[in-house]
Design a protein around this ligand. Structure first.
Ligand SMILES: C[S@@+](CC[C@H](N)C(=O)[O-])C[C@H]1O[C@@H](n2cnc3c(N)ncnc32)[C@H](O)[C@@H]1O
Length: 285
């Protein structure tokens, strides 16, 4: 697994959004998973596709420092056995344009598809850009889904993509959004959770559950249940990776992996273990 955050990057003058220090855990996981997935599937599938639904600009700056890091789309390009096709979606035209400039410098041999707009509204266009499989040509996709807030992602988007062979790594904004705004979302006029879960019954389930669990855990389990309805494996919250803020130790989000095949789930378990060991080596307690 190839992720390293030792790389010293100079400011290239392009958009470099600020992120919390904990973002590095997410980058380790997505980069390590992409690397294992693309490497292991190289000789088993004719075409391996990487989709970044919320791609960003390709670099970020750790808040309060001058440290610049590579972010998900560029990390997924810089793996030992790159995917056969990359699809990068981003709402913000400036960020997507700067990502394209960076890719041309960092990986000039790769020619990704860039789609600007709301990923939810562009799902048909995304599907058109995934090569069609047939009996002589197999296609497997890994889709990284990294929204800032619940309202950025609709379950209908994941459902539409799941018509193909797609494994997902989804950031569930369970702490930074759901936990903080739960009372607000419980009100009947707020649709962010309804759309995120693709289900309007969650309020009834929440109100009727005999044992009170934390809203962030509830949301993640409900998401897992919805994915199960699409044929994906979800056992329980322990299969997800919680990410907390470094100083105050507050829950921020959970990274949840979904595959319809046991092999993908085994890779994810391994990647979580390896990424944890890497973190412990870098930040010994
Ligand atoms: C949390 S950032 C993630 C960026 C990147 N994946 C990374 O590794 O840092 C979320 C990105 O999604 C973009 N975004 C927000 N809503 C979106 C939408 N509906 N469709 C596509 N992109 C969106 C934002 O502009 C932002 O760049």
């Amino acid at each position: 697994m190839g992720y390293s955050d030792d790389l010293i990057l100079k400011d290239d003058g392009l958009v470099t959004p600020p992120i919390g220090e904990w973002g590095q855990i997410k980058y380790k996981l997505v980069s390590n998973y992409a690397s294992v997935f693309a490497g292991s599937m190289k000789n088993r599938w004719d075409c391996r596709v990487y989709i970044d639904l919320f791609a960003g600009a390709g670099r970020a700056r750790i808040k309060g420092t001058s440290k610049i890091v590579l972010t998900s789309p560029v990390l997924a390009l810089k793996i030992p056995n790159p995917f056969d096709r990359y699809i990068f979606c981003e709402l913000d035209g400036q960020q997507l344009g700067d990502l394209e400039k960076r890719v041309k410098i960092e990986c000039p041999e790769i020619d990704p598809v860039y789609l600007q707009g709301d990923s939810n509204a562009m799902v048909e266009k995304i599907l058109e850009n995934i090569p069609k499989a047939n009996v002589n040509f197999t296609v497997l996709t890994f889709c990284f889904v990294d929204p800032c807030r619940l309202e950025n992602l609709r379950f209908s988007t994941i459902k539409a993509l799941s018509q193909r062979f797609v494994d997902f790594l989804i950031l569930i904004p369970s702490g930074m959004d759901a936990l903080r705004n739960w009372e607000h979302y419980l009100g009947p006029d707020h649709h962010a959770v309804d759309d995120f879960l693709g289900n309007q019954d969650w309020r009834k389930i929440w109100k009727s559950s005999a044992t009170r669990i934390r809203p962030d855990v509830f949301l993640t389990d409900q998401y897992g249940e919805q994915m199960r309805q699409l044929g994906y494996e979800y056992n329980d919250i322990r299969s997800t990776q919680e990410v907390r803020s470094t100083q105050k130790n507050l829950p921020l989000y959970r990274l949840a992996f979904f595959s319809r095949h046991d092999l993908g789930t085994r890779f994810w378990r391994e990647v979580k273990k390896v990424s944890k060991r890497q973190r412990e080596l870098e930040f010994p307690e």
